[in-house]
Ligand binder design. Structure first.
Ligand SMILES: [Zn+2]
Length: 155
């Protein structure tokens, strides 16, 4: 198994078109906070042009890369990002260019689905903690008051 395979496993990335080169991980300070940046490459042969819909043929040419920084779930409690180099293509039929897309993010979005899910889960856990705290307080409260009342009865 390649290190790309293990990195995808670690980051929970299902898209096999994303690979990681040798120096794929960098530890940097962003706004004074130690953060991890994973560097991935997205490349595959598109089935058709995203602009005109023409099926892939010899008139399609690779046209450099576009890098986006995507927020992904924390690794070892560090803010973690994926710098994803996405392959661009030129379509000779409509003379336009387009960037390959991946299933880990919505188009033009820089927060991964997993991060959105983690944020929603964290909010839910915080909410449940508050609710259970309130519930426990309301259960304990009467017993504390009754034991104080009981103590006050003692001579
Ligand atoms: Zn086209």
């Amino acid at each position: 198994m390649s290190h790309s395979y293990f990195t995808r496993k670690l980051l929970n990335i299902k898209d096999k078109n994303i690979t990681f080169s040798e120096d794929y991980l960098e530890e940097v300070k962003l706004n004074g906070i130690t953060s991890f940046i994973f560097k991935g490459i997205l490349t595959y042969q598109p089935t058709h042009c995203q602009k005109c819909g023409t099926l892939f043929d010899s008139k399609f040419k690779k046209h450099g890369f576009k890098t986006s920084r995507i927020v992904i779930p924390k690794v070892s409690l560090h803010d973690t990002y994926l710098d994803l180099k996405k392959q661009r293509y030129y379509c000779g039929h409509c003379q336009s260019t387009f960037t390959l897309s991946t299933s880990i993010v919505e188009k033009n979005c820089y927060i991964s689905y997993h991060t959105k899910h983690a944020i929603a889960l964290e909010a839910k856990i915080k909410f449940l903690n508050v609710i259970s705290h309130v519930a426990i307080r309301s259960l304990i409260q009467p017993s504390i008051e009754s034991s104080i009342a009981f103590m006050n009865l003692k001579p």
